[in-house]
Every structure is written in C-alpha cells, then in structure tokens.
Design a protein around this ligand. Structure first.
Ligand SMILES: Cc1cc2nc3c(=O)[nH]c(=O)nc-3n(C[C@H](O)[C@H](O)[C@H](O)COP(=O)(O)O)c2cc1C
Length: 168
C-alpha cells in the first residue's frame, strides 16, 4: 500500500485514498495511514440510484472478487471489468492486439452502443467496469444507507483501534 509514501511526498496537501475501498474498515485504514478522506467509485455502480440497467446490476451482484480482469479491450487503456466472453476473446493468443486510446474505443464503439441498448441480452459481451470490491457488492442499497454503514463501521474500527491503547 503506497498511500503513506504519497501522503508524505505531497504534505501538507490533503490526499484522498482511492482504489478498492468498499467498507468502513478500509476507510479507517486509509485514515490511519494519513489520508484526509477516501474516494470511492465501484461502490456506487449498483446502488438504487445508479444509472446501470437491472441486468448490469445483476452481473455486479453475482460477481465475486475473482471475476474481474484488467483489460484494454474497451478503452485501449488497462481498465478493470467483469470477465466475460468479450474480455476472454480479446485475450486469446490468436486475437489481434488492442489499439491505443482513443482508437480502441472508436473501433468497438458500435458494440458498446448496442450492448448498452440491450443489456439483458448482452451481459456475456458487455462492458461492466468495476473494481475487485465487486465481491462485496451483494445487495442493492440506497446511497444514503451505503454511506451511513461505511461511517458507522469506520467509527467502530477506530474505536477498536483505540481499545488497544487502554491500560487496565
Ligand atoms: C465506472 C467507472 C468509471 C470511471 N471513470 C473514470 C474516469 O473517466 N477517469 C478517472 O480518472 N477515473 C475514473 N474512475 C475511477 C474512479 O474515479 C475511482 O478513482 C476508482 O473507481 C476508485 O476505486 P474503486 O472503484 O475500487 O472504489 C472510474 C471508475 C468507475 C467505477
């Protein structure tokens, strides 16, 4: 975890820790390492207010942390997403190399438009970007409840840490 190095390097500029943060214990860990706060992304892909289709949300709900892969097959840059027939096909030894950004996206744009239009039929080849915390995204909740749950768990984790300092 390189957060402490980054935080020391840019001090006193405040740093938000990001990447793989999906619960309050991870948030507490980031704060303990000196982060001023946390920045989350994947967590919000499958909340009640998310713009994702029901089929895509279902894919996120079913996925484990082992079901993601870093692939250049949509954007041309490495991006973590759910592994499916599309990512496997681009990974095959006899498949062409991906193009750079933005050429790859231009090449596959039509596939993206069509899979977005028919999400319930296209999950096997759809672009489902998400981090490894997808394995802990198992229930569609309201954003407010996700946030509240995180803060409560963070407080509990900090209190547990404080309890190590108590002397009898
Ligand atoms: C669907 C999606 C799209 C994103 N798009 C961008 C982007 O265009 N530019 C960028 O710098 N980061 C982008 N991010 C990264 C997030 O801002 C954030 O740093 C990252 O998701 C944090 O890691 P986490 O997903 O494990 O919480 C994106 C993340 C997701 C999940």
């Amino acid at each position: 975890m390189l957060w402490p190095q980054v935080i020391d390097e840019v001090a006193p500029i405040p740093v938000l820790a990001a990447g793989g943060i999906g619960n309050g214990r991870q948030m507490a860990a980031a704060l303990a390492m000196g982060a001023a706060g946390v920045w989350t992304g994947s967590l919000w892909l499958a909340v009640e207010e998310a713009a994702a289709s029901p089929a895509q949300i279902d894919s996120y709900m079913k996925a484990t942390s082992r079901d993601t892969v870093r692939s250049r097959s949509w954007t041309g840059k490495p991006c973590r997403m759910l592994r499916n027939d599309w990512t496997e096909a681009w990974d095959r030894a006899d498949s062409p190399d991906t193009l750079g950004m933005p050429l790859q996206m231009m090449a596959v744009r039509e596939a993206m438009v069509r899979s977005n239009r028919y999400p319930e039929k296209s999950q096997a080849v759809a672009f489902n970007p998400v981090g490894q915390i997808v394995g802990t995204m198992n229930k569609v909740k309201r954003s407010a409840d996700v946030l509240l749950g995180m803060v409560e768990e963070c407080v509990e984790a900090i209190e547990r840490g404080n309890s190590f300092l108590e002397v009898e």
